[in-house]
Design a protein around this ligand. Structure first.
Ligand SMILES: *Cc1c(COP(=O)(O)O)cnc(C)c1O
Length: 376
């Protein structure tokens, strides 16, 4: 919790649940990432938090942007981003979105199949395209490998054909999965993609860029390696692979830019013992799976909680949201403990909740309003 956020909570006592996010902290995080990988161009992954004050600040820092839809592209343009600084990074795009992006001046597109490459050739002729390769996601709390990426063999084939199709075969990309805590997973991915890159160059393809994706972790309940450790591992692997002839490097951090800048302030709705023989209390909050905490699915992302009773006696709890849906359980198996003094009506803070929360909030399931947002 930054001092600015703490002061805002005291001064304004905002209605809960709400996100309070310190935009200065976004800037600090962005600068730290750039320091860790000074040779890489940073494309902020807009989906992590597309709020205007964040995009505007990042435009001021000369960030580029990784957008997944035309709506995200429009949000970047509204914040002042140049079309040349926007990558349409989703490998699955509607034709109407591709055309709208081209009309807006966007010229960099991702693909991971021949079918999508043909759409790009037809509707974004001449644009720079990069192919996403399937890599291991070991060590990621929120893997992305099932849905995206293709094999080295097919990627080679498609990149060889791209120029003949009237496209610029610009680069290769991968994503090691989000909240990735293992530096070795980046190194393995660079090895795999680096070999293909060299192979394509030898075959005469004018490939110039390697996009290392995002995935850099932040501290939730458990400690994670610092961003510098990822920077070092990545540069070491890149140098092993390419020597002095480094390609253009792109990274697409989302979580690590905004996550630690924000906190969700919530209220305890009920603390109950539904079975007197069970030591586990059930703690129901006014935010849950459908209010924005979607990444608690599978208990994948383990948020850290802060209450006014911290330091006193603690006991085991299960945590759940306020809706009438049985799936609206945050944690049952992750051994959470909260103060035994915790009562209905108490405030509770959910730390490092600046990423992947606001846009995941449902419209008004059970009548609950979408998460309120304060950018300070
Ligand atoms: C979600 C996503 C990112 C951001 O990942 P983080 O783990 O939040 O850093 C980057 N690139 C692509 C293509 C993505 O889908």
């Amino acid at each position: 919790m930054t001092p600015k956020v703490a002061q805002f909570l005291v001064d304004h006592q905002p209605a809960t649940p709400c996100l309070v996010l310190d935009v200065d902290r976004v800037e600090e995080n962005f600068r730290a990432i750039r320091r860790a990988l000074p040779l890489a161009r940073v494309y902020y992954a807009v989906k992590a938090n597309p709020a205007h004050p964040i995009l505007e600040r990042l435009v001021g820092l000369e960030s580029s942007f990784d957008a997944a839809s035309f709506e995200e592209i429009r949000a970047c343009l509204r914040a002042g981003a140049a079309p040349s600084a926007i990558s349409f990074g989703n490998t699955v795009k509607k034709v109407s979105a591709i055309r709208a992006a081209v009309d807006a001046g966007v010229s960099m597109f991702a693909f991971d199949s021949g079918e999508e490459l043909e759409k790009l050739a037809a509707h974004a002729p001449g644009s720079r395209v990069y192919c996403r390769i399937l890599v291991g996601n070991e060590g990621a709390d929120w893997p992305l490998s099932r849905k995206f990426g293709t094999t080295v063999e097919l990627a080679r084939d498609l990149m060889m054909r791209a120029a003949d199709m009237g496209l610029d075969p610009y680069g290769l990309s991968f994503h090691v999965g989000s909240q990735q805590t293992a530096t070795a997973t980046y190194e393995a991915a660079i090895g795999k993609v680096g070999m293909l890159f060299t192979d394509l160059k030898d075959a005469g393809v004018n490939v110039r860029m390697v996009n290392l994706g995002g995935g850099f972790p932040i501290r939730y309940r458990d400690e994670v390696p610092a961003i510098g450790a990822f920077g070092d591992a990545i540069m070491h692997a890149m140098t092993e692979c390419f020597g002095n002839a480094l390609p253009e490097m792109v990274i697409e951090p989302g979580r690590s830019v905004v996550g630690s800048a924000g906190l969700v302030q919530a209220e305890v709705v009920l603390v109950s013992r539904r079975d007197p023989a069970d030591p586990v209390r059930w703690v129901y909050l006014d935010i849950g799976r459908f209010g924005g905490l979607a990444e608690t699915e599978g208990e994948s992302i383990k948020y850290q909680f802060v209450t006014a009773h911290d330091g006193g006696a603690m006991g085991p709890v299960a945590l759940a949201g306020p809706t009438c849906d049985g799936a609206d359980i945050l944690y049952e198996r992750s051994n959470y403990r909260l103060p035994t003094a915790l009562r209905s009506g108490d405030q509770i803070s959910i730390l490092s909740a600046g990423a992947y929360v606001t846009t995941y909030a449902s419209q008004s399931f059970n009548g609950f309003a979408p998460l309120a947002e304060h950018y300070i």
